[in-house]
Design a protein around this ligand. Structure first.
Ligand SMILES: [Zn+2]
Length: 269
């Protein structure tokens, strides 16, 4: 599943191809997670793309008429292609641009979306979101204060979008390992000092993944077609039964909040 670094990589890859371009037409072949609203076909044509912003794992394509809100879901990808490129089975939405190219949305599982946000409004999906993990609003003190009295496992707390956005399963597992915190520890029982370390590790790991173009989740392809190559640097995620790279103990896997959780019982307390 594309996580924050993949979405940020996508944003950076698309920006030079989209910003300043005019959209000529929008073709929708199939509904995504939700039907693509008529506003996209009605309002986007003739609009110029002013900016592309990322909020959590959403991309906002801003025009004067309003903004398209895009999410890659489980298996979505956006690519800029020559306009004559014939659509394949999973190519569900094309935006024709004035550069003789198209912005093509491909999504085999169709859990992604393309929605509309009128100018001056915040889409309901973007309300109630916590701070960006790479912003100044996110640090150890923030996590420590918010977590007091909470019995939920710290990994679930960290993955709660109302707490902080965009820390997905892989990055939560890796940051908790790097900070030496057991994923099942109650969020309210993690000290201020350990949260300071955790916030720093979240930032470091996300920054690093963005710099490398995201992880290599089998179905993620960056806009230039090259897969990321972060996988060999994962310490616990996906490594159940393999030796911990720090202490040699076997990495364990449990299920937490219906998600696989990987950790080292020796290094993480
Ligand atoms: Zn270990």
């Amino acid at each position: 599943m594309p996580e924050l670094p993949e979405v940020e990589t996508t944003r950076r890859g698309l920006a030079p191809h989209l910003i300043g371009r005019r959209i000529l037409a929008v073709t929708v072949r199939k509904a995504l997670r939700w039907p693509v609203p008529d506003e996209l076909r009605e309002y986007l044509p003739q609009q110029r793309i002013d900016a592309i912003e990322r909020r959590a794992k959403y991309l906002l394509v801003h025009t004067q008429a309003g903004s398209a809100l895009l999410h890659l879901g489980m298996s979505g990808s956006l690519r800029v292609l020559p306009q004559e490129t014939p659509p394949g089975l999973h190519d569900h939405v094309d935006w024709r641009l004035d550069s003789a190219r198209i912005l093509r949305y491909t999504d085999p599982r169709r859990f992604g979306c393309q929605l509309w946000q009128p100018s001056g409004e915040t889409h309901p999906l973007l309300r109630d979101l916590g701070p960006e993990p790479l912003s100044d609003d996110f640090d150890g003190d923030y996590l420590w204060k918010l977590s007091r009295g909470r019995a939920a496992a710290v990994k679930l707390f960290l993955m709660d979008q109302k707490v902080v956005v965009g820390v997905g399963n892989i990055y939560a597992a890796e940051a908790l390992f790097a900070a030496g915190i057991h994923p099942k520890r109650a969020a309210g029982q993690v000290s201020r000092e350990r949260y300071a370390r955790l916030a720093g590790e979240v930032r470091r790991i996300l920054d690093y993944a963005i710099a490398r173009g995201g992880t290599t989740l089998r179905d993620f392809i960056s806009p230039d077609g090259a897969p990321g190559y972060f996988e060999q640097e994962l310490f616990v995620y996906g490594r159940a039964g393999e030796p911990c790279k720090t202490c040699g103990a076997k990495v364990r896997a449990i299920t937490l909040g219906q998600r696989s959780t990987f950790y080292c019982a020796h290094c993480q307390r």
